[in-house]
Design a protein around this ligand. Structure first.
Ligand code: RIB
Length: 296
């Protein structure tokens, strides 16, 4: 079983702030750093650092995407299916406040230049039973989901961010949703307590396993028969960026390696806790050895 992650690659411009900027306010930041990020790139790096064999597909700008590709390669991710475009790479402006919370302004750039030809050429290298992981930061998701499902690939979707277009996708073809409580409520389309969301989502999409992340409150897994809860590790947050991506990547890698669901959830929660203790998206994602050795 191989893993293809068709997803975003971003350059994250991260500003340390006293508080998130308010409408009409001009405010000096307390510092600025540039990191590699993007939900797609972060999740590929997490899976590879967790020990899985990962192929990343997507697009970067010819002139500014080199370091994104280098970091993927250094982490052990195959980048043969990342295309270089004449435009600019995706990028973000991220504010991180004193509590480590963030807010993210996204510019899609090359992430929005995925062509049907690239989708077909990439999927041709994969087969029934392989995993396709997606987030909602690239274009072309409808074609990707339909074509991968026709091939019998297993579709894992981190539906982030939830948009009107995302709700129009053939979500009934998704085999596993990994999402937070806000995304879960949006996709349920009804008011629900967070502990009810996994069951409601499973009723709406009966083929799908639901993995609901709840930040510092942990996560809930539900597959229609089994329900597991995993508390989050209590650590001091420096920067929560990419915690969800680390959780997603570690859970998938751990499950693919044949670990039980409770073991995969535990590993993912531990890896995500380590991520929030470091600055930046991709740089804060731990390697498997760090997760194994960490005493939290
Ligand atoms: O999930 C965190 C990521 O979201 C950041 O790295 C940023 O690039 C955005 O895609």
């Amino acid at each position: 079983m191989r893993i293809l992650n068709f997803g975003s690659l971003n350059i994250d411009n991260v500003y340390a702030v006293d508080h998130f900027i308010r409408p009409g306010e001009t405010m000096s930041s307390l510092g600025m750093e540039v990191f590699c990020g993007g939900k797609g790139l972060n999740q590929s790096i997490a899976m590879a650092r967790a020990g899985a064999q990962v192929w990343h597909a997507g697009a970067v700008g010819r002139n500014d995407g080199k370091k994104l590709l280098e970091l993927l390669a250094e982490s052990g991710v195959n980048t043969d299916f990342v295309r270089k475009t004449d435009g600019v790479s995706g990028h973000t402006i991220i504010q991180v406040d004193k509590n480590g919370q963030n807010c993210i302004l996204l510019f899609g750039g090359a992430n929005q230049e995925i062509t049907p030809e690239q989708v077909d050429e990439t999927l041709a290298h994969f087969e029934e039973g392989d995993i396709l992981l997606l987030q909602n930061e690239i274009n072309g998701l409808a074609g990707l989901i339909k074509k991968a499902a026709e091939k019998g690939m297993k579709i894992y979707l981190n539906p982030s961010p939830v948009t009107g277009e995302l709700l129009e996708l053939p979500l009934e073809l998704v085999d596993c949703f990994i999402l937070n409580e806000i995304e879960g409520a949006d996709i349920c389309g009804q008011e629900a307590k967070e502990e009810e969301i996994p069951q409601l989502l499973h009723e709406k999409y009966p083929r799908a396993v639901i993995l609901l992340t709840l930040g510092s409150r942990g996560c809930i897994y539900y597959d229609g028969e089994n329900r597991y809860e995993q508390p989050a590790f209590c650590v001091e947050a420096v920067d929560t960026t990419a915690a969800g991506d680390t959780f997603t990547g570690y859970f998938i890698a751990s499950a693919v390696k044949g670990n039980s669901v409770p073991d995969a959830l535990l590993k993912a929660a531990k890896a995500a806790a380590i991520t929030v203790m470091g600055k930046g998206a991709a740089p804060s994602i731990p390697w498997d050895k760090q997760v194994e050795e960490a005493r939290l």
